[in-house]
Design a protein around this ligand. Structure first.
Ligand SMILES: [Zn+2]
Length: 485
């Protein structure tokens, strides 16, 4: 062999080695081939999926374990501008349960335009969504075989960790724009079976956000799944069936509405303190309020809602009201995620949590879960969780204050605690009666409950609206309720 021929052979071998796909690339190439070929997938500009389905009510059902509350979804349309990073999901949904906004169908629009996420409400008002929603929708953009595989084929993407689990081939993908997910493909058909992403949930911390694909059909030379099952960890959050799909058809305008273009950073939480009676203060601000109670030697807070930002602000303000007395306890009204989003913050602040006994297991679990995607106060400053369950009417009383905690199984949730102050004739409740609303879906049930209990109440203090006289409550609670389906 001459020197020249040896070099030529060496070069050919090297090229062969270079063109040999890695196991990771092989999974992506197999998926692309199964979907219609890499060239076809990379050429896809847009797609539209139309159909119907079911949405579940994670974190908002009648008990922490329940999953029976659903919304029937119809006239759903999911349009994607693949290269432009734009998505728009429009759908009509109707609750199968007694929903606080009433039984009527709602038309919702959820959009993503690059790094702008927006919602259009039923009345047509468009609002820009917060950064957490942008993150969730940017992740969601890749929860479709076309976008996932197209992104994985991009030479700028990183593919790693090829492995087999439950008989499926899996690969980790980090897209050119920095979004990570795991792509799984079927060992036989090579079609994608699911995309899983690690995401943050305020209450649950690190979660696996997953979309499963099934029942592929041809649409314009591309294999498209017609069944989608979405999950957060083990909880199914939505199921959709596609009735009609189009690749490179007309998506309509996917640009964010002009009024959502300007970013306004969320205002810092404000806490307005109003004395309701000696030793009882209303800590108002935003959409979720709290109540502070003064005992002889300690202070008790009712409700740590929403998230760290809101709840840490409420706790800090509560400590200023009576700086000489320690704030030691938090009473939680119910498990719904918007009312328990500050439980971890309260634990981080050393408060003992008091809740309905039906919520204890959920809160103990919430206290333990890792929050590494978006570390919160408890992740940064771990504290032991002290959680007390209340299973029957319980009076907390000393020389300065008497507060009764009353378990209430109503149509909104079966694991609720109301706080009743017999001396001040005040009842504190969440979500069951919101004065100033359009419909009062649960107030009638509460009225019956209070009559049965024979409580003497002058004022209802709701954690979502301004305090109202009992007479106003009794009137609004007696208004006819639109029937559920
Ligand atoms: Zn609720």
């Amino acid at each position: 062999m001459t020197h020249t021929r040896f070099l030529a052979l060496f070069a050919a071998l090297t090229m062969a080695a270079c063109s040999q796909a890695t196991p990771e690339q092989q999974i992506v190439n197999d998926a692309a081939e199964a979907l219609g070929g890499a060239d076809r997938i990379q050429a896809v500009k847009t797609f539209v999926v139309e159909g119907d389905g079911t949405q579940y009510n994670l974190g908002q059902d009648v008990t922490p374990e329940a999953s029976g509350q659903t919304f029937a979804v119809t006239d759903a349309r999911y349009a994607v501008d693949v290269a432009g990073g734009r998505t728009r999901f429009e759908f009509t949904r109707r609750p199968n349960f007694t929903y606080f906004q009433g039984p009527q169908a709602q038309r919702l629009v959820q959009g993503l335009d690059g790094v702008v996420a927006y919602n259009v409400a039923a009345n047509g008002t468009a609002t820009r969504a917060p950064e957490a929603v942008v993150t969730e929708r940017r992740i969601g953009l890749y929860h479709h075989p076309i976008t996932a595989v197209r992104a994985a084929l991009d030479p700028m993407a990183k593919v790693s960790n090829a492995h087999t689990m439950d008989g499926q081939s899996m690969v980790d993908v980090t897209t050119a724009d920095g979004i990570s997910f795991m792509l799984a493909i079927d060992p036989t058909t090579k079609l994608p079976t699911r995309v899983t992403s690690r995401a943050d949930n305020t209450n649950l911390g690190d979660v696996a956000m997953e979309t499963r694909f099934a029942d592929y059909q041809d649409a314009g030379g591309v294999q498209m799944p017609t069944r989608f099952t979405m999950r957060i960890d083990d909880f199914t959050t939505a199921e959709y069936r596609a009735a009609k799909q189009a690749v490179d058809g007309d998506t309509g305008d996917l640009a964010a509405p002009a009024e959502t273009a300007k970013a306004t950073p969320p205002p810092p939480p404000t806490v307005a303190v109003e004395e309701l009676a000696p030793g009882i203060w209303y800590l108002a601000g935003g959409s979720h309020h709290s109540v502070l109670v003064e005992f002889a030697d300690h202070m008790t807070l009712i409700e740590a809602p929403q998230n760290d930002a809101r709840s840490l602000a409420v706790i800090a303000r509560a400590r200023e009201v009576r700086p000489e007395k320690p704030l030691t306890e938090l009473v939680n009204s119910h498990h719904h995620f918007d009312h328990s989003g500050g439980i971890r913050a309260a634990i981080a602040e050393g408060l003992t949590i008091i809740t309905h006994q039906g919520n204890v297991a959920l809160f103990e679990n919430m206290a333990k879960r890792p929050h590494t995607v978006v570390p919160d106060a408890l992740a940064k400053s771990p504290q032991p969780a002290m959680i007390k369950g209340i299973g029957q009417d319980t009076t907390l009383s000393d020389s300065a204050m008497t507060m009764q905690l009353l378990p209430y199984a109503g149509p909104h949730t079966e694991t609720m605690l109301m706080a009743y102050f017999p001396q001040q004739r005040i009842l504190v409740e969440a979500d069951v009666y919101n004065p100033g609303g359009q419909v009062f879906m649960f107030a009638g049930h509460l009225l019956e409950e209070l009559k049965t209990r024979n409580l003497r109440i002058d004022r209802i203090v709701p954690l979502h609206a301004k305090p109202a006289p009992y007479a106003q409550f009794a009137k609004e609670a007696s208004m006819p309720v639109p029937s559920t389906n």
